[in-house]
Every structure is written in structure tokens, then in C-alpha cells.
Design a protein around this ligand. Structure first.
Ligand code: PEP
Ligand code: MG
Length: 580
């Protein structure tokens, strides 16, 4: 019998896996309401403390097994869980419930978990909402020790080589354990595409599908499973035909990856001799390795927001500088574009609270450059660090969410002041630091010529440009279907920005997701885009298209597409442009 499940697909670099299921009950520990006598409080607190200590030891053991090649953020996930074991809001509250309400440690833990989970559930921000997973994972770990048994995943000595692990939920620590033990993929009932575990699966290149409701009830260990991390499909007991299809896809994915690797050292030059700059987007300093591994000629967007997340304080100038220099060093002479802080809406800092919370629509509120200009004490240390990093490598600053020229002028004035300050202090900096603006709001695109006169470069952030132009919140699932990079309005704004840059000899890049999507590469080349910045894993696929492109031909085709834009469906026009 063939049972097909549809879940949320989580893209991972190796997107398909076939292997026997290993079903684990991980993530199911629950407690029943149990009252204790007043004289049992001490024992119950001891039980809790012992379980917390065991959970801490178990997490530390996993942390020590992380191979040195693993990205640092993975260890940071474990550190987050270790910190939570000491968190006042979690463990101290549980102790209080035991003492005040005379509940068993298990029940007190479950009560406090439910309280915290409901707080996270009420949050609008999907990133923060997913932090509820961390609470659940840590509580589950403690609960398993309270129940006297380590988690099933750790208890088994079974070799997971080639297995597809199926679990209700997995802790980030499990993702590492799984990979170390050779698991081919994992499937969970819970979790969303931006949960820590899903992020880790992508970083670890383990195919994964999350959010497959009730799958642990339907699958038995040993059953053959197919996991398609591209479409979010999990097939159990697939028939011979489906298996043959997926085996062929797996083979094709591997062959393609091998082929793309052969392109890594080839310069991205089109058939008619035009050099294209293929740059990488970095979320974390560690991503610089992946950028180089995939042949990036520089970094077109380093999102510094991640420096501010998962902590209760703000990074100071020294920390900014040290982080930037780590990347400069890793890039070994390749240029680094540091985007200044773009907090607000989806990217937040615990230390700053929620700057946009007081207004109705934070996406239109105090975010990006607006927040930085309002809070100079936040902005100045970052700018000083960028200027100082510029003395030691090719570094540029890029401003997010620019809507008017005054914002650019204000930043340039602050930079001029900081240069004087640094000179006075005798600190080295780049006196000719290049400053660019992101084009992410329609106003910036419409005023691109004026902007292009005042900055050293522009970079089109299509993720936000699409959100603001089409009036769709990029975090709101219910309007995601309207997200359309080839809406005529978007195409016109992109063209307008590229042309403004061309007219004023101001380089224009694109660093939104559209730049790394192979469907749009030929169109963007036809519009005159020569700088593409994208997640490192997308670089070689885009390079392959570039190597086979002829910009003169594509410019003709793009002109034809625009001529037909009011008459035909953009998708059909795009197909025609992409046709051989
Ligand atoms: C964009 O908006 O396209 C962009 C690259 O910035 P972010 O995704 O960080 O908002
Ligand atoms: Mg943006």
C-alpha cells in the first residue's frame, strides 16, 4: 500500500532521500497533575535539579561531538538551550510552582512550559513564534530525565546510517546527533520552515520535511520512505514506479551537483563577453566560507541583524569590528558589503524590545535606516566599526529601507563626523568608504536617479520591494499567493532602477531572492543587471545560466517583453524570453 503525505517542504541542499524509517517518540513526554505533601517539596526540588543537571550534561556531550567543520551557529543553538536550563523564566518559575502550589516537578514543568508556549504563540513574528520550539525541546529533555529515561534517540545504540528519522519533534541537538550517526533525512510532525531545527537541517544539508501531521502514527520503523525536501512530500512504501522516479531524481541531483562544482573557478562571463558579478548574501560570518566555496567574487549583502538576535545586550563597536574583520579575513581580499542594521518587523533584538510595536503596521514603521537615524547611539558604533574595518579590507556600507534623500544626507553627515572623531582618536579607517542604498520601497525606485546621484551604489532588495509595491505583508501566509516578482509594477520598478544607475554610472546590484532564482536570470540580464547577490548555494546554478547567455539577445527579448506587458500574461512573456 502507498501512503502519501504532504507537509511543509524545507529546502535543503540535498533535497531527496530514500531510506528505511526510524520512528522515535521523541518530543512526547507529558505529565499528569500530581499534588505533593509539603514535606515532599525538598525531594521534588532535588528531582528537578538532578534532571536539569542531567539534561545539561547530555547537551554538553552533544555539543562536544560537533565536528569542527560545522557552522558555528549550530553550536549556538545548543548554547541557547543550555542557557535556557538556567533561565529564571523557566526553571526558577518551576521551582516556585513546586513550592507554592505543591505540584510534582513534572506537572510544574508542564504548567510553566504551557505558559511560555502560549506567550510565544501569541506573537505575530513567525521567527519568534518558532522560539516556542526551544522551550518545548528543553522541557522535553528535562522531562525525559525526570521520567528516569534518556530520550529514545540517545538511548538507542542503533546505527542510523541511511535511515529517515521520523519524530514528533526534534531538538536542534538531535539534528546534529542524527547527522553524526548517518541519518539520511528527517521528518517531523511539528515545526515550521523557520524553526531552528529546520534552519539547522538546511545548514547541515540534511533533507527534511517538517509539519507532517500525525506521521508517527502511520509509519513503522523499517518501512521504506522517500523524503522530498523540495516539495514537502513524504512517501511511505512507495510503489516501484515512484521509487524508480525518486532514484532517478536523486541520481540527477547528485550528477547536477557534481557538474555545477566544475564551474566554480570559471569566471561568470556571458557568451558575448560581458562579465557578471556573482556575489553572496551572508546572514552569519560563517557563511563567508560557503560564499568562497561556491565561487562568489564578493559579498553583496551581509545582514548584520543576526548580531543583535538571541541576546539581551547590544553589540558594541569592538564586537562589530571583530565580527567584520573575521569576515574580511575569511574573504581574503574579496569585497564585503555590510548592510547597516535593519531591525524591526521580522528581525528583532531582545535588547531593544520591539521598536515598531506601538504602531498598527510595523512594516511601515520604525525600521531599517529610520530606526538607526532615530537612535544614533545604536547606529554610530556600527558605522565606526564599518569605517575601521575599511582600513583593513575592501568594505562598503549599505543602507536599508531608504525612502528619501534626507536619510542619505543624514547618514553621510554622521559618517563625516565619525571620520573626524576617528582621526582625532588616531584610529585607522577608510577615508573613502563607499556608501550605497538599498532600493526596497517603491519611492526609492521611482526616485532612483536622485538617489543614484548621491550614493556610490544601489542594490535592489526585491523581498521588500515586492512587499511594499504589492501591499502584501511578506510575513502573512494568507496573502503570500500575491507575492509576484514578475508583476508588471515590479518589473517596471526594477528596470527603472537599473536604468537610473546606468545613466549616472552608479553600479546597481540586486540582493533580494529574485537575484538567486534561475527563472529570472535571463530577464534580469536583459534588463541590464550585472551584479547579482544571493545565498551561496544558488551561485553555481545562476552562473551556469550566465555562461550560456547572450546579453544582446536578451536585451532584445526584454524589450519585447516590456512591449507586451500590458497585453499578455507576464508569466507567458517570461516563458517566451526564457525559451531556447
Ligand atoms: C530585500 O528586502 O530584498 C533584502 C535583501 O533584505 P531583507 O530580505 O533582509 O529584508
Ligand atoms: Mg529588505
Amino acid at each position: 500500500m502507498t501512503i502519501a503525505f504532504q507537509g511543509i517542504g524545507v529546502a535543503a541542499s540535498q533535497s531527496v532521500a530514500i531510506g528505511p524509517a526510524f520512528v522515535t517518540g521523541h518530543g512526547i513526554h507529558t505529565a499528569t497533575q500530581t499534588l505533593i505533601d509539603a514535606d515532599q517539596v525538598g525531594d521534588e526540588l532535588d528531582r528537578l535539579n538532578t534532571a536539569v543537571a542531567q539534561a545539561r550534561r547530555a547537551l554538553k556531550a552533544v555539543r562536544s561531538q560537533i565536528p569542527p567543520s560545522t557552522p558555528r551557529n549550530i553550536a549556538e543553538f545548543i548554547d541557547t538551550h543550555l542557557l535556557m536550563l538556567d533561565d529564571v523564566a523557566l526553571i526558577d518559575e518551576v521551582r516556585k510552582i513546586i513550592r507554592d502550589q505543591l505540584f510534582s516537578a513534572d506537572w510544574a514543568l508542564q504548567l510553566q512550559r504551557d505558559t511560555l508556549v502560549s506567550v510565544f504563540d501569541a506573537m505575530d513574528d513567525p521567527y519568534l513564534r518558532n522560539r516556542r520550539d526551544d522551550v518545548e525541546h528543553v522541557v522535553d529533555q528535562i522531562m525525559s530525565f525526570l521520567h528516569g529515561a534518556p530520550t529514545q534517540l540517545e538511548a538507542t545504540g542503533r546505527d542510523l546510517e541511511g535511515c529517515v528519522v521520523v519524530a514528533r519533534d526534534l531538538m536542534p541537538a538531535d539534528a546534529i546527533t542524527l547527522r553524526n550517526r548517518g541519518a539520511a533525512a528527517f521528518v517531523t510532525e511539528f515545526g515550521g520552515p523557520v524553526s531552528h531545527t529546520a534552519i539547522l537541517a538546511r545548514s547541515l544539508s540534511v533533507p527534511a520535511v517538517v509539519g507532517v501531521h500525525n506521521i508517527t502514527r502511520y509509519i513503522r520503523s523499517g518501512e521504506p520512505l522517500v523524503v522530498d525536501g523540495d516539495t514537502g512530500t513524504v512517501l511511505a512504501n512507495a510503489d516501484a514506479q515512484s521509487l524508480a522516479y525518486y532514484r532517478q531524481r536523486l541520481g540527477a541531483i547528485e550528477a547536477r551537483r557534481r557538474h555545477l562544482r566544475t564551474l566554480v573557478d570559471r569566471p561568470a562571463i556571458t557568451r558575448d563577453g560581458v562579465t557578471i558579478n556573482l556575489l553572496a548574501n551572508l546572514d552569519l560570518p560563517e557563511d563567508a566560507q560557503a560564499a568562497r566555496f561556491n565561487g562568489a567574487v564578493g559579498v553583496g549583502l551581509y545582514r548584520t541583524e543576526f548580531l543583535y538576535m538571541n541576546r539581551n545586550d547590544l553589540p558594541d563597536e569592538a564586537e562589530h569590528l571583530a565580527t567584520y574583520l573575521t569576515i574580511v579575513h575569511a574573504l581574503d581580499g574579496l569585497p564585503l558589503t555590510i548592510r547597516t542594521l535593519d531591525l524591526g518587523v521580522d528581525k528583532r533584538s531582545e535588547a531593544l524590545g520591539d521598536p515598531g510595536a506601538s504602531c498598527c503596521n510595523p512594516a511601515l514603521g520604525l525600521r531599517g535606516i529610520r530606526l538607526c537615524l532615530k537612535e544614533p547611539m545604536l547606529f554610530r558604533p556600527q558605522l565606526r566599526a564599518i569605517l575601521r574595518a575599511g582600513a583593513l579590507g575592501p568594505v562598503r556600507a549599505m543602507l536599508p529601507m531608504v525612502t528619501n534623500l534626507q536619510e542619505v544626507a543624514s547618514v553621510l553627515a554622521i559618517i563625516a563626523e565619525l571620520k573626524e572623531e576617528l582621526t582625532h582618536e588616531g584610529l585607522a579607517f577608510d577615508p573613502a568608504l563607499q556608501v550605497g542604498a538599498m532600493v526596497e520601497v517603491p519611492a526609492a525606485a521611482l526616485a532612483a536617479r536622485a538617489l543614484a546621484k548621491r550614493v556610490d551604489f544601489l542594490s535592489i532588495g526585491t523581498n521588500d520591494l515586492i512587499q511594499y509595491t504589492l501591499a502584501i505583508d511578506r510575513l502573512d501566509d494568507s496573502v503570500n499567493y500575491l507575492f509576484d516578482p514578475i508583476h508588471p509594477a515590479i518589473l517596471r520598478l526594477v528596470r527603472m532602477t537599473i536604468e537610473a544607475g546606468r545613466a549616472l554610472a552608479t553600479p546597481v546590484a540586486m540582493c533580494g531572492e529574485m537575484a538567486g532564482d534561475p527563472r529570472f536570470t535571463r530577464l534580469l540580464l536583459g534588463l541590464g543587471l550585472r551584479r547579482f547577490s544571493m545565498q551561496p548555494g544558488a551561485l553555481l546554478g545562476i552562473k551556469e545560466i550566465i555562461l550560456d547567455a547572450d546579453t544582446r539577445e536578451l536585451e532584445r527579448r526584454a524589450t519585447a517583453l516590456f512591449a507586451g506587458l500590458d497585453e499578455a500574461e507576464p508569466a507567458q512573456l517570461l516563458d517566451a524570453l526564457n525559451a531556447a
